[in-house]
Design a protein. Structure first.
Length: 419
């Protein structure tokens, strides 16, 4: 292999493959390297399989449907990558120097190598019954007792779905509340709801070791032991960096990933890093938009993508979703704001759907002013937050949102029903 391209992309996850397809459609010759499966973590062992689990009635159906859904999407991505301007190389792309990757040369390179689960460096973490979300999604038998370490996004999503399947779920979290980046009222409501369903939470509890099927931790100065058939380590993810990055000369760090500027360019001109590997926002849609932005930069196209308006959702049942700063963060920042709330129980569609558990919080500048953030807990929270994301991106006010006609009866009426 010895040729040149306009653009090299390392990694065919949502960041990499979307950038490749977009660049190819714009006329660039692209070489994309992928040594595992196209679609990356999101499609193969992340968002898509977990959502398949959420939307399956039992564990058996989830295990059966997972490979079918993943395979259908993967072959869709392969079709997209069969564009005449794209060469897909099914091996690890290795930096030889700042413009050569495994024999291919290009003036622009995008690193989109993603992230992997961060396993706690504690005794017993290498046990056979201990794994990350990837291993848990590979289980063919439902664990009777599941212990989850970490009540972040992954921990809460798996706690919710495995409890529904019938596992006895225990969650052990170091902090006082789950989901530290989510509005504190919503995080608490979600935890309480899952507790009511039978999940046991140990908060303010740092896991110190695992001994076979026993998870050992300390809570309020007391040693506690929890027995489990499977232990899910959901304590964060780390960027996938590789020693050959040094051949290209850009700055990177094992923990923080590749250092980039506001345009996702490294300190070596023409080399960019997008998605989880730059450690900014570990979200598939963030990676995709970063890739589009980089390709636009390469082509000299100006765009107005608002990376500061980044919606996110947690696919528990019901969902939690948000965009913009939480109430606590706005207070800390000293931003003048007012907060408006509404509840699903007063919404006609929610009642008809028997989905009355939920609330909406909208923060805006005083006097029904510019919308700053939205925090939603309840059925289809992600879709509701998506609507507010559009308003925030366009600089609209709460008044304008209220003056927008909403279809009746819909869940999104919860937005115009805020107090
Ligand atoms: P996380 O950073 O969200 O949560 C990890 C949790 O583990 C924290 O609350 C932390 O306090 C706790 N923890 C750490 N050490 C501990 C110990 N020794 N004992 C007890 N608790 C401990 O990480 P998570 O959930 O693994 O997710 C990784 C990344 O993937 C995140 O950036 C997340 O946003 C992303 N992701 C996003 C999804 C979505 O948008 N729906 C779905 C899945 C992952």
């Amino acid at each position: 292999m010895n040729y040149s391209s306009d653009l090299i992309i390392i990694g065919a996850g949502p960041g990499g493959y979307k950038a490749a397809v977009y660049a190819a459609k714009k006329g660039l010759k692209v070489t994309i390297f992928e040594d595992v499966n196209v679609g990356g973590t999101c499609l193969n062992v992340g968002c898509i399989p977990t959502k398949t689990y959420v939307h399956s009635k039992d564990f058996k159906e989830a295990v059966e449907r997972q490979p079918q859904v993943v395979e259908a999407l993967r072959s869709g991505v392969e079709t997209l990558l069969s564009h005449p301007n794209i060469t897909l190389v099914r091996e690890k792309g290795v930096f030889i120097n700042a413009n050569t990757v495994s024999g291919v040369t290009a003036p622009n390179i995008i690193v989109a190598t993603g992230s992997s689960a961060k396993m706690l460096p504690i005794p017993g973490a290498d046990g056979q019954n201990v794994g990350s979300s990837t291993e848990l999604l590979g289980l063919k038998e439902l664990p009777k007792r599941l212990c989850i370490i970490g009540a972040g996004v992954i921990g809460m999503e798996f706690a919710s779905v495995f409890q529904k399947f019938g596992s006895e779920v225990t969650v052990v979290e170091y902090l006082k509340e789950c989901l530290p980046m989510v509005d504190s009222d919503i995080a608490k409501r979600l935890r309480k709801l899952l507790e009511k369903r039978g999940i046991t939470f140990y908060m303010g509890a740092g896991v110190k070791s695992i001994d076979g099927s026993t998870v050992l931790f300390e809570q309020k100065g007391k040693e506690v032991a929890v027995e489990a058939d499977y232990i899910l380590m959901a304590t964060g993810r780390k960027p996938n960096v590789s020693p050959d990055f040094a051949n290209a000369g850009f700055e990177y760090d094992e923990r923080k990933g590749i250092a980039v500027d506001e345009n996702f360019e490294t300190n070596v001109k023409g080399i960019y890093a997008i998605g989880d590997v730059n450690g900014r926002q570990m979200l598939a849609h963030a990676a995709e938009m970063q890739g589009i932005h980089v390709v636009n930069r390469i082509l000299g196209i100006e765009d107005k993508i608002r990376f500061d308006v980044m919606p996110a959702a947690i696919f528990t049942e019901p969902e939690a979703a948000c965009v913009g700063s939480t109430e606590d963060q706005l207070k800390e920042q000293g931003v003048p704001f007012e907060c408006h709330k509404s509840f699903y129980r007063a919404n006609g569609k929610a009642l008809a759907m028997n989905e009355t558990e939920g609330m909406v919080k909208l923060c805006c500048e005083p006097g029904e002013g510019r919308l700053l953030s939205a925090h939603v807990f309840g059925a289809h929270a992600a879709d509701i937050v998506q609507e507010v994301t559009a308003y925030i991106t366009l600089g609209a006010t709460l008044r304008q949102l209220r003056e927008t006609v909403h279809i009746h009866p819909t869940l999104s009426e919860v937005l115009i029903e805020v107090n």
